[in-house]
Design a protein around this ligand. Structure first.
Ligand code: HEC
Length: 105
């Protein structure tokens, strides 16, 4: 089931990437984070590409991002407070999304 969802997400991502050249947010990100975040633009919280820039060259980027997403709060963006774990993300979601965010260019 999970792999079916993943392949649909990848297919949808490729279709969108074809027209807009943007990386699509994984399905669990859309569900648990999408109300406040987009990959490449500011919404309620910072664009994830901006977060990737903040941690560029930091070999611990993925674990630092995961720690911040888990505890929530403010991280210096002056945009308000992020709820811990977004909208109910599991630890596995957070691990996967932190890797995705850290890997953005
Ligand atoms: C209710 C809105 C909201 C939701 C839902 C939300 N965020 Fe955020 N997020 C924010 C805000 C606001 C900030 C900026 C806080 C600040 O001003 O420092 C932020 C900041 C961040 C940052 C920057 C951390 C850093 O170290 O600089 C990351 C990464 C992030 N969010 C990831 C996520 C992920 C992943 C999810 C889903 C699991 C998520 N967010 C869900 C509002 C949200």
């Amino acid at each position: 089931m999970k792999s079916i969802i993943a392949s649909i997400a990848v297919a949808a991502g490729l279709m969108i990437a074809g027209s807009a050249m943007a990386v699509d947010m994984p399905a669990n990100g859309k569900a648990k984070c999408g109300a406040c975040h987009a990959v490449d633009k500011k919404v309620v919280g910072p664009a994830w590409t901006e977060v990737a820039k903040k941690y560029a060259g930091d070999k611990d980027a993925e674990s630092k991002i995961a720690a911040n997403v888990t505890k929530g709060g403010a991280f210096g963006w002056k945009m308000g407070n992020m709820p811990p774990k977004g909208m109910g993300a599991s630890d596995a979601d957070i691990k996967e999304l932190s890797k995705f965010i850290a890997g953005l260019k």
